[in-house]
Design a protein around this ligand. Sequence first.
Ligand SMILES: Nc1nc2c(ncn2[C@@H]2O[C@H](COP(=O)(O)OP(=O)(O)O)[C@@H](O)[C@H]2O)c(=O)[nH]1
Ligand SMILES: [Mg+2]
Length: 309
Amino acid sequence: MKGDPTVDRLLRHLHGGDPRALARAITLVEDQQPEAAGLLAGLDQKRIEDVLVLGLTGPPGAGKSTLTGALITALRKQKYRVGIIAIDPSSPISGGALLGDRIRMMEHALDWEVVVRSMATRGRLGGLCASAGAAARIMAASGCRVVILETVGIGQSEMDIVRLADLTALVLAPGFGDDIQAMKAGILEVADLLVVNKADQPGAGKLQLEMATVFTDPKEREERICATVANEGTGVAILLDRIFTLEGEFRSNGQLHARRKRSFQLETLDWAVEIVKADLREKLKTTTFTSTEPRQAAMEMVSRSGECI
Ligand SMILES: Nc1nc2c(ncn2[C@@H]2O[C@H](COP(=O)(O)OP(=O)(O)O)[C@@H](O)[C@H]2O)c(=O)[nH]1
Ligand SMILES: [Mg+2]
């Protein structure tokens, strides 16, 4: 969409790597400003094609934020620009974790090549998948080679977010025994790589053996499980290596393409709901209903909107 000088200027700065332009661009999209459509349409498609969106998920306390920090350090050693989208719970009880994460990121706070964005799961107006997907592409367009999507827990909204990723690592640590047993069956549905973090702690070896039973193919068992000590950086270079190797495989065997198609559908649905919701909210102000029952009234409204489309 040509012709909006504000959007053109923002795109120029964004593509030039300016972190402030990046922050503004994401905010524009999150707030569903009118310029958002032109902005998203003008993003550098080649960079979007080349980025790796890496999902990091796992129970709270397993070490995801620490590992994110260690991965940033490893990626920066290779001179790559990195984006981080931290999906935070916005409940006041776990609000403290967000602060902790921020402080941990401080190590990279002055590095322009590390861009961080937090997104809340609760209490937000817009769709999370829609915003997170757009934010990942905006980060890619700004030159990020890898965008890490770090989620908080293993609930449904996190699973949806994970589906936006090209490749997902599940971070586990000894001491989460029951959770893991319960999750075991579903692990491979969400995770491409299993990270046994806190390998310095008792029980790590046992956890690794248990995780090995998830894979039947010995080659996969070897390549899909990594042991790390995130706070010391141990095992992180190997993990990154495996991540890039798997990315290469997924690019050549069509997996990456299939996953992007799936995330396209997920995001499109999310946007559609957002757009319709805003539209309906507006219509609600002037509509008179024949029914006094809300579900019935809703059906009336939806079928009337359908006539307009
Ligand atoms: N001993 C040990 N502690 C770790 C390791 N990785 C992270 N931690 C600590 O575990 C705690 C939780 O880590 P955090 O990264 O916040 O976990 P998250 O909730 O998954 O993001 C922090 O106190 C970390 O310092 C590790 O490999 N070994
Ligand atoms: Mg965390």
